[in-house]
Design a protein around this ligand. Structure first.
Ligand code: SF4
Length: 72
């Protein structure tokens, strides 16, 4: 695991989760935008992106201000 000291997502995991099939896509877009904004304030952003890029499982959660479908 990378050193994610000071990670801005601590305490807000629900913003970052992939879309559940029962979730309205507009709601997913809204919370993922909020998650990406939080990431942009995160002191661990670079380390987080490096770690995410090294992972074979690229689920569409928000990580490092990005989702699999959307680059920051
Ligand atoms: S960049 Fe985003 S997902 Fe990564 S540690 Fe920071 S807040 Fe969490």
């Amino acid at each position: 695991m990378p050193n994610l000291r000071g990670a801005a997502c601590v305490g807000s995991p629900g913003l970052f989760d992939p879309r559940d099939p029962s979730e309205d896509p507009a709601d997913t877009a809204y919370r993922h935008n909020a998650a990406r904004e939080l990431c942009r304030t995160c002191p661990a952003l670079e380390e987080c992106r490096d770690w995410a890029d090294s992972q074979p499982d690229q689920t569409p959660a928000v990580t490092g201000a990005r989702t699999r479908e959307t680059a920051a």
